[in-house]
Design a protein around this ligand. Structure first.
Ligand code: FAD
Length: 445
C-alpha cells in the first residue's frame, strides 16, 4: 500500500517506522524540522518566540532578556521544553527504538522528593516494605478489577487506600503521570496501568543528545528503508470519496495517517465528513498544560547529577488546589552533550491547566514555585546562574488522560483514515502514547 503520513511528530515517525516493513511511506511535515513537539533547537535565536508559538507555547520570563540570550545560548541544545520519558526500558519509546536497532543511550534515574527535607530516593526500603501489601493489592489486581476503577478518581482512591506515605505517593504520581493537578479528574485505573507499565525499569529516562536523537533515529530508519520525509510541506486537505480517504492535496494514497493534536484535524479535513456529535466531542477534548523552565548554571553539585526530584505544593489558586512538578538533572550530565563545557542545564516544570498556562496572572506564581523548589535543592543557585527561561504550554499532551475525556481510537469513521500521536487511546502518556499509537495502527493496516 502507498501511505501518506501527515506530521513528523514521534507518533508519525514511529508509525512510519512500523509500517515501512510492508508498505511505501511518504511523510509530510509543515515545519522545517522533524520531531514535532520533541524539537531540539540550537540555542535560542530571533525566531524562538515564533517557533514556540507554533506549538502553543509562550515565553513567560527570561533572564537576561530573550534578545540577550541569542548570544549566551550559543553552544546549547535546547528542547522545546522539559521532557523525560516514563517507564525506561519498559516504555513504548525505548521498545520501538530497540525494534529498529537505534543506538541511543539513555540516562535514567530514580526519583527523589522535595519536601520539608530532600529524600533520595523518595521511597526507602522500609517505606516500600510498609506499603508493599497495599501497593501489590492495587497493582497486581486482575485487569478487569483495575478496569472497574476507570471512573474511580484518585481523590476517592486516597480515601480508601491513602494512609502514610502511600497518601503522598497518590497525591504526587497520578498528577505527574497525567500532567493534571485535579485529583478528582484522574482515573485510578489509568494511573495503575501506567504504574504497572513502569515497574522494573528506571521510572524516567532522557536520551543522550537530546530529544532530536529519537526523531533522527526513526527518520534514518525510514529513509534507509525507502521512505520519504518531505519537510516544509504543509498538507492542506485530505481527499475523501465515498467515505474513504483516497489521498492528500490531489495525490492518491491507499491510506492516510494524521499525526497532529486531534482537535486540529479539522484544519485538513472538512467537518461535514463526520457525524456532528463526533466533531463536537473531538473539538472539546481537553489537553494538558505546564510551565516549563531551564536554568543554566556554571557550577553544580555532582551529587545531583542525573537525578530527578518531584514536588507538590498546596495552592488554592490553581485547579486541584495544588501544583505538582519536577526538577531534573539528567540534562546537566556532560554525557548528554547539551551544553558547553562546565555549563549545566537543569530542566523543570510545574503543572497547571491549559487555561492557567495562558493566564499571565498565574505565571509569577508558577515561576516562584519552581524557584522555591530549586532553591531547596541548591541553596543560593542564583549565584551560579548563567541564564534562565520560563515558557508556558497549553497543549503539552494532545489529550489529557482523565475521566470523561475519552481519547479516540486510531481508526476513524472514514475508511483508510487513521490517527497517530498522543491524542489517541494507546498506552502511556506523552511520548510513549504517541509512539504506542504506531502499534495500534499496525494492527489495522
Ligand atoms: C513543553 C513540553 C513538554 C513535554 N514534556 C513531556 C514529557 O516530559 N514526557 C513526555 O512523555 N511527553 C512530554 N510532552 C509531550 C510530547 O512532546 C508529545 O506527547 C509528543 O511529542 C507528541 O507527538 P505527536 O506525534 O503526537 O505530535 P506532534 O509532536 O505535535 O507532531 C505533529 C506534527 O504534525 C505536523 N503537522 C501538523 N499539521 C500539519 C499539516 N497540515 N501538514 C504537515 N504537517 C503538519 C506538526 O508540525 C508536527 O511536527 C511535552 C510536550 C511539550 C510541548
Amino acid at each position: 500500500m502507498n501511505i501518506a503520513i501527515v506530521g513528523s511528530g514521534l507518533g508519525g515517525l514511529a508509525t512510519a517506522a512500523k509500517l515501512i516493513r510492508k508498505h511505501k511511506i511518504d511523510i509530510y511535515e509543515k515545519e522545517a524540522l522533524i520531531g514535532g513537539r520533541t524539537l531540539t533547537l540550537d540555542g535560542i535565536n530571533e525566531n524562538y518566540k515564533k517557533t514556540i508559538a507554533r506549538f502553543e507555547m509562550a515565553n513567560a520570563f527570561a533572564y537576561p532578556s530573550l534578545d540577550e540570550l541569542y548570544d549566551i545560548t550559543k553552544g546549547y541544545k535546547i528542547d522545546l521544553g522539559f521532557h523525560l520519558i516514563g517507564g525506561g526500558k519498559k516504555g513504548a519509546c525505548v521498545k520501538a527504538l530497540r525494534e529498529i536497532n537505534a543506538r541511543i543511550d539513555f540516562i535514567g534515574s530514580r526519583l527523589g522528593y522535595i519536601g520539608e527535607k530532600i529524600e533520595y530516593p523518595m521511597l526507602s526500603l522500609r517505606d516500600k516494605m510498609r506499603m508493599l501489601p497495599r501497593i501489590m493489592q492495587l497493582l497486581f489486581s486482575r485487569r478487569s478489577t483495575i478496569e472497574s476503577m476507570k471512573k474511580m478518581s484518585i481523590e476517592e482512591a486516597i480515601e480508601v487506600y491513602g494512609r502514610g506515605k502511600l497518601k503522598l505517593i497518590l497525591e504526587i504520581f497520578p498528577r505527574l503521570i497525567s500532567t493534571v493537578n485535579d485529583l478528582s479528574k484522574i482515573s485510578t485505573s489509568e494511573t495503575l496501568f501506567a504504574q504497572r507499565e513502569m515497574l522494573g525499569g528506571s521510572p524516567v529516562v532522557y536520551p543522550v543528545g537530546g530529544l532530536k536523537s529519537i526523531s533522527n533515529a526513526f527518520a534514518e530508519y525510514i529513509k534507509k528503508n525507502g521512505g520519504n520525509i518531505f519537510i516544509e510541506r504543509k498538507v492542506k486537505s485530505v481527499d475523501i470519496e465515498d467515505n474513504k480517504a483516497i489521498g492528500i492535496d490531489g495525490k492518491n494514497y491507499d491510506a492516510v495517517v494524521l499525526d497532529m493534536p486531534v482537535q486540529k484535524i479539522f484544519s485538513v479535513i472538512k467537518e461535514k465528513h463526520f457525524p456532528a456529535r463526533w466533531v463536537k466531542k473531538i473539538k472539546g477534548l481537553k489537553a494538558t498544560g505546564s510551565m516549563v523552565a531551564y536554568h543554566a548554571l556554571n557550577r553544580i553539585d555532582e551529587k545531583l547529577m542525573d537525578k530527578s526530584f518531584v514536588f507538590v505544593e498546596k495552592n488554592d489558586g490553581f485547579d486541584g488546589n495544588a501544583i505538582a512538578g519536577m526538577i531534573d538533572f539528567k540534562m546537566a550530565n556532560p554525557i548528554a552533550g547539551l551544553s558547553p563545557e562546565k555549563k549545566y542545564l537543569i530542566q523543570s516544570y510545574a503543572i497547571c491547566s491549559p487555561e492557567e498556562a495562558k493566564n499571565r496572572k498565574k505565571w509569577d506564581e508558577l515561576k516562584e514555585i519552581i524557584n522555591k523548589n530549586l532553591e531547596k535543592l541548591i541553596h543560593g543557585y542564583k549565584k551560579n546562574l548563567e541564564w534562565e527561561i520560563y515558557n508556558t504550554i497549553w497543549h503539552l499532551d494532545g489529550v489529557a488522560k482523565i475521566i470523561d475525556n475519552e481519547k479516540p481510537s486510531v481508526k476513524t469513521l472514514i475508511k483508510n483514515l487513521y490517527l497517530a500521536g498522543d491524542s489517541v487511546n494507546s498506552k502511556g502518556v506523552g511520548i510513549n502514547c504517541a509512539i504506542d499509537s504506531a502499534n495500534l495502527i499496525d494492527g489495522y493496516i
